[in-house]
Design a protein around this ligand. Structure first.
Ligand code: NOJ
Ligand code: CA
Length: 535
């Protein structure tokens, strides 16, 4: 009864180019996704058991940023299919109680979008003001010092009309001007277009940049260089003027009210910053903003920083920043960041950490987002120089290693021809893991189906436990009489301890390490994650 799909369910991210190719051109497509829906949820625990799919963009696009450069918001790129294929996918997904979340890209279009072609045709174009155009400074330089996320200045000079236009990402991704009400109206109509076709929600790209300082003042330099490695060139500045501008939250509220024209839909926004900043996008105490704003804080814990104290600190910080009715979410990976296992593989133990992290992801309070391939423990794939595709040098790196095809069988199974990006180590594949009781896939399935059956895990309160060994992060989830306890050992060695008096461990529901000891003193193996029922 109190089940809300986007709140209590599990969301799985598909990178459509790499999920399943149905027609042998080496590129994943919508028909391929339809073929594989039963893998995601066939109603039994022989499938993953997810509740919703977020698909990265499948709209017509010159693919400079692999679909995040949209040339038409209301159609499907022929590589992926047609509108009719999308309708069929929505229908087939709904038959399996799987919701569809599309990727809405409001901050910028492709430079091939008819709106931009019109806008750049002349300074008098009726669509001139749909993008952010400015004169050069007196000395001919760009209007301000903003830098593009993918490197270089955020301004491009247009020879023909003698002005600069703003692009927060690639030159081929001009920023829309959301201060123009016509732009806002057109983009809201895009949301309606897809909701009328049955789409259940939107992941909103670059939510935190759609409005900037209207005076376009310079960003101050960033004295803190520790961000440099993660953020690439954007770490050189503090993004006080071009990111998280205060009135974005008002624009978000208006998006919410359009989404609320249709029942049971959701939004999840891509935003960056401190927990306090991120929760603003939920709309504060009134909760009339985004349904969810991504919490990327755990993805920042790279290498040795992935430890019990840091993970707990980050979970607690988000929990305590959230206003009353707002709901958390947990993200360990996506198509822009290193695979989880590779991020924490500094001493070769990434795979073991990956298993324990799955227990964390699926038992913490909040909506879990699984990036495709994580459920079989795919690490980054080494993509040889001559096969690299991603034009962006994001975070000082290329994003191809986490975008390679999902490995279905020992031969690949993604396509019957050469995939657009190479496979990784094919000993890691779905078919092998389906048969293996101890595989990562089996662990994910157990966790998800255990979660589905538990009100404590889906709806329950969260409380961290104090006084345990420093390498152990443990927390309870409670709903009514039902209480569970999750214990994660982050150490390279086993650990033994007694639980606080008030907690008595009962049946083990899931463990990364088979069937462990019951009752009394707790013993956890190195990198064990264990979920137990409390008596
Ligand atoms: C964030 C997306 O996740 C990323 O893939 C894309 O390149 C940028 N936004 C720009 O749209
Ligand atoms: Ca294809």
């Amino acid at each position: 009864m109190d089940y809300l799909w986007w709140k209590h369910g599990v969301i799985y991210q598909i990178y459509p180019r790499s999920f399943q190719d149905s027609n042998g051109d080496g590129i994943g497509d919508l028909d391929g996704i339809i073929e594989r829906l039963d893998y995601l949820n066939n109603g039994t625990n022989h499938s993953l058991g997810i509740d919703g799919i977020w698909m990265s963009p499948t709209f017509p696009s010159p693919m400079k940023d692999f679909g995040y450069d949209v040339a038409d918001y209301e159609d499907v790129h022929p590589d992926f299919g047609t509108l009719a294929t999308m309708d069929r996918l929505i229908d087939e997904a709904h038959k399996r109680s799987i919701r569809i979340i599309l990727d809405f890209v409001p901050n910028h279009t492709s430079s091939d979008h008819p709106w931009f072609r019109e806008s750049r045709s002349s300074v008098d174009s009726p669509k001139r003001d749909w993008y952010v155009w400015r004169d050069a400074k007196d000395d001919g330089t760009a209007p301000n010092n903003w830098i593009a996320v993918f490197g270089g200045p955020a301004w491009e000079w247009d020879q023909k009309t003698q002005q600069y236009y703003l692009h927060s990402f690639l030159v081929e991704q001009p920023d829309l001007n959301w201060r123009n009400p016509q732009v806002e109206r057109a983009m809201h109509n895009v949301l309606r277009f897809w909701m009328e076709r049955g789409v259940d929600g939107f992941r909103i790209d670059v939510m935190d940049r759609i409005l900037k300082d209207p005076a376009l003042r310079d960003n101050p330099p960033n004295p803190d260089r520790s961000w440099g490695r993660l953020m690439g060139v954007t770490g050189l500045q503090q993004h006080t003027q071009d990111q998280n501008w205060p009135d974005i939250v008002d624009a978000v509220r208006r998006i919410r009210s359009t989404v609320d024209e249709f029942p049971d839909r959701m939004t999840v926004g891509e935003v960056f910053g401190t927990p306090e900043n991120i929760v603003r996008y939920y709309g504060g105490e009134t909760s009339d903003g985004l349904h969810l704003a991504f919490n990327f804080s755990l993805t920042r814990l790279v290498g040795e920083r992935w430890n019990a104290a840091n993970v707990r600190k980050r979970v607690d910080a988000f929990e305590s920043a959230l206003p009353g009715a707002a709901w958390p979410n947990i993200v360990l990976g996506n198509h822009d960041i290193d695979r989880f296992i590779s991020r924490v593989n500094h001493d070769g133990r990434g795979a073991a950490r990956g298993r324990a992290a799955a227990v964390l992801l699926l038992t913490l309070r909040g909506t879990p987002f699984i990036y495709m391939g994580e459920e079989i423990g795919m690490p980054n794939t080494d993509v040889p120089e001559h096969r690299l595709q991603d034009p962006a040098r994001f975070h000082h790196r290329n994003r191809d290693p986490e975008r390679t095809p999902l490995q279905w069988t020992a031969k690949g199974g993604f396509s019957n021809s050469e995939p657009w990006l190479p496979y990784g180590d094919l000993s890691i594949n779905v078919a092998a893991q389906e048969k293996d009781e101890r595989s990562m896939l089996t662990l994910y399935r157990k966790l998800i189906w255990t979660r589905r059956a538990s009100k404590a895990l889906t709806l329950g309160d969260y409380a961290a436990i104090d006084g345990l060994p420093a390498d152990v992060f443990a927390f309870t989830r409670a709903h009514g009489d039902e209480r569970t306890l999750t214990m994660i050992n982050f150490a390279n060695d086993g650990v033994a301890f007694d639980l606080p008096k008030a907690l008595r461990a009962g049946e083990t529901l899931v463990s990364t390490h088979g069937e462990p000891n019951a009752g009394g003193r707790i013993e956890l193996a190195a990198h064990e994650g264990r979920l137990v029922r409390l008596m």
